[in-house]
Design a protein around this ligand. Structure first.
Ligand code: HEC
Ligand code: HEC
Length: 200
C-alpha cells in the first residue's frame, strides 16, 4: 500500500516538475537568449547559431562548456549564472522547436558540398561528414544536428575548429576541419544549410 502511494505521488509530481522547468526555460529565453537565437531558436542573424531542433544533450553540454570556459566566446557571459537544471531545461525547450532550412541559390557550389558531406575527400583524408553527423545532417545525442544551420555560422565553426579557437572536444573536428580547403568549407557549409531531414 505504501509502495502504491509512493508510485502514485511520483506520477503526480514528475509532470509538474517537468512543466516548471520548461516555464523557467521560456522565461530565460524571453529575457536573454531570444535577442540572438530567436524565440523559437531560429537564429536572428547568420552569426548566431540556430538552436531549433538541436539535440538537448548537445545544447546542455555546450552551455556547461561555456560556463566553465572550456568553450570561449560571447556565450561565456550568457551561461555564467545558469544552473545545471536550467541548462537541461533550455536544451529541452529548443530541441522541441521545429527545424528550418535555407533555400540554396548556388547549386554548383552546393554540389561540391554534397560530395564532401557524403563522400569526403580521399585525396586529402577528409572523412565523409555523414559518417558521424548522419546522412540527413540529423546528428545524434552526442553529435550536433547540422541540417538547416546558418551557412555563416557553420563556416565560422569549421575555421575555429581548424585553428583551434574552438577547443572544447575539438580533437575529431580539428583533424577534419584542418584538412578542408576554403572552397570545401564554403561548399559544405552551403550544402548543409539547405539540408532538410526527411519526415520534417
Ligand atoms: C549576444 C548574443 C547572444 C545571446 C544573448 C545568447 N547567445 Fe548563445 N550564442 C551566441 C553566439 C555568437 C554563439 C556562437 C558561439 C561561438 O561562435 O563560439 C552562441 C552559441 C550558443 C550555443 C551553442 C550552439 C552550437 O550549435 O554549438 C548554445 C547552446 C547557446 N548559444 C545557447 C544560448 C542560450 C540558452 C542563451 C540564453 C541564456 C543564449 N545562447 C544567449 C550569441 C548569443
Ligand atoms: C568522426 C566523427 C565526425 C566527423 C567525420 C565529422 N564530425 Fe563534425 N563534429 C563531430 C563532433 C563529435 C562534434 C561536436 C564537438 C563538441 O561536442 O563540441 C562535431 C561538431 C561539428 C560542428 C559544430 C556544430 C555546432 O552546432 O556548433 C560542425 C559545423 C561540424 N561538426 C561539421 C562537420 C563537417 C562539415 C564534417 C565533414 C567535413 C564533419 N563535421 C565531420 C564529429 C564529427
Amino acid at each position: 500500500m505504501r509502495l502504491l502511494y509512493f508510485a502514485l505521488s511520483l506520477a503526480l509530481t514528475a509532470p509538474a516538475l517537468f512543466a516548471a522547468d520548461l516555464e523557467r526555460a521560456k522565461e530565460i529565453v524571453e529575457n536573454k537568449c531570444h535577442h540572438c537565437h530567436g524565440r523559437d531558436g531560429e537564429g536572428s542573424s547568420a552569426i548566431y547559431p540556430r538552436l531549433a531542433a538541436q539535440h538537448e544533450e548537445y545544447i546542455a553540454k555546450q552551455l556547461a562548456d561555456f560556463k566553465s570556459g572550456r568553450r570561449k566566446g560571447t556565450m561565456n557571459e550568457m551561461a555564467a549564472d545558469l544552473s545545471e537544471e536550467e541548462m537541461i531545461a533550455l536544451g529541452q525547450y529548443f530541441a522541441a522547436k521545429p527545424p528550418r532550412s535555407h533555400r540554396i541559390r548556388d547549386q554548383e557550389l552546393a554540389a561540391v558540398g554534397y560530395y564532401i558531406y557524403h563522400k569526403g575527400n580521399k585525396f586529402s583524408d577528409v572523412p565523409a561528414c555523414e559518417t558521424c553527423h548522419g546522412s540527413q545532417g540529423e546528428g545524434t545525442i552526442q553529435l550536433p544536428r547540422l541540417a538547416g544551420q546558418h551557412k555563416r555560422y557553420l563556416a565560422d565553426q569549421l575555421r575555429n575548429f581548424g585553428n583551434r579557437t574552438r577547443s572544447n572536444d575539438n580533437a575529431i573536428m580539428h583533424s577534419v576541419a584542418s584538412r578542408l580547403t576554403e572552397l570545401e568549407i564554403e561548399a559544405v557549409s552551403l550544402y548543409v544549410s539547405g539540408m532538410v531531414p526527411s519526415g520534417e
